[in-house]
Design a protein around this ligand. Structure first.
Ligand code: SAM
Ligand code: SF4
Length: 326
């Protein structure tokens, strides 16, 4: 089996598949309030097509992890069917979700072979949650997190995008929530992928500041600084862990092992990539797996050293996070 090595010597082995561009939320940092046009149904890759891309990545290139994302992945009908198609690949299968439908789906997803899950939760206050997501669904998300734990998904993690002046006063509360529930909180720096283009650097709360605020109340120590983008810390009292994803202030590009496929089958080598490779026509033209794997190889050959947020050469991708798949 070949390994997929990019021009900067990084081994690519983590595939993120966005299975839909639709969402039942409208998070301010991700989507506009209105005016999103969803892809027509026949433009979305089918589960068979998504599973084929995943299989080729695993069988031809030894990929080790697959994450299902979106838009909101739980909006795709019969999602456990897709998980059941991916499970036999024997790699780490994970999903990122807003959690709203987990109460009804967590057990079926776990039974189908989902191993772990990240649930997005940016606030524990109803007003702030509503302001950020434009949906009054905090309680459903909290119940969804409980359902994921109850279903045996492990680990359950919480993703929290921190925005200065909006929810940064809740960092310690969210850390406490994670400790109480036994879920690891991952604080994510706000990235310039909001659909409205209103991102500014002063809204970013640097990871270092986030960690200092947590440490002041619940002392922490670093666990490991490996390929994982979330720099992880354990609480010194032994009650769980916490992480930061410092995509803006301390990019982890030099250890990036990820590629992405959008809901309509565009292959992307970086969240911020400006170039996309259309896999759908290969999937639908009757081409064989070798053609597909060669196109994936060709795309990986264009992977950048890293994004350029904060530099004059930075160009915002035309897609928002919900269309790329976070
Ligand atoms: N709908 C699912 C959810 O919200 O978890 C999956 C898709 S969402 C695009 C994936 C992740 O991207 C979420 O954890 C979300 O918080 C994060 N995200 C979205 N926009 C972001 C931004 N501008 N900066 C940082 N993270 C962002
Ligand atoms: Fe939807 Fe997730 Fe984007 Fe929020 S972050 S709008 S839940 S895709």
């Amino acid at each position: 089996m070949e390994q997929l090595i990019d021009p900067f010597g990084r081994r690519v082995k983590d595939l993120r598949i966005s299975i839909t561009d639709r969402c039942n939320f409208r998070c301010t940092y991700c989507m506009p309030q209105e005016g999103m046009e969803w892809l027509p149904r026949d433009e979305l890759l089918t589960y068979e097509e998504q599973a084929r891309v995943a299989r080729v990545c695993v069988e031809h290139f030894g990929f080790e992890a697959i994450r299902i994302t979106g838009g909101e992945p739980t909006l795709r009908a019969h999602l456990p069917r897709l998980i059941g198609m991916l499970a036999p690949l024997g790699v780490d299968i994970a999903m990122t979700t807003n959690g709203v439908k987990l109460a009804e789906m967590a057990h079926d997803l776990a039974a189908a072979g989902l191993r772990r899950i990240n649930v997005s939760l940016d606030s524990l206050r109803r007003e702030t949650f509503l302001r950020l997501t434009r949906r009054d669904d905090l309680d459903r998300v909290l119940i969804g997190i409980d359902a994921a734990l109850d279903a045996g998904l492990h680990p359950v993690k919480v993703n929290c995008v921190v925005i200065r002046g909006v929810n940064d006063d809740e960092i310690v509360d969210l850390a406490a929530f994670g400790r109480d529930k036994g879920v690891g909180v991952r604080f994510i720096e706000f990235m310039p992928l909001d659909a409205e283009g209103s991102w500014t650097m002063d809204q970013v709360v640097p990871s270092q500041e986030i960690l200092e605020r947590v440490d002041a109340v619940y002392p922490i120590e670093p666990i490991v600084h490996g390929a994982e983008p979330a720099t992880r810390y354990r609480y010194r009292d032994g009650i769980g862990d916490v992480g930061v994803i410092a995509s803006v202030t301390e990019p982890f590009c030099e250890s990036c092992d990820r590629v992405r496929v959008t809901a309509e089958g565009k292959f992307r080598t970086c969240l911020f990539a400006l170039e996309e490779f259309d896999l759908r026509h290969i999937l639908r033209d009757g081409d064989d797996d070798d053609v597909l794997s060669r196109e994936i190889e060709r795309a990986v050959g264009t992977k950048w050293a890293g994004h350029r947020i904060g530099q004059v050469t930075f160009v915002r991708p035309s897609r928002s996070m919900s269309q790329i798949g976070g």
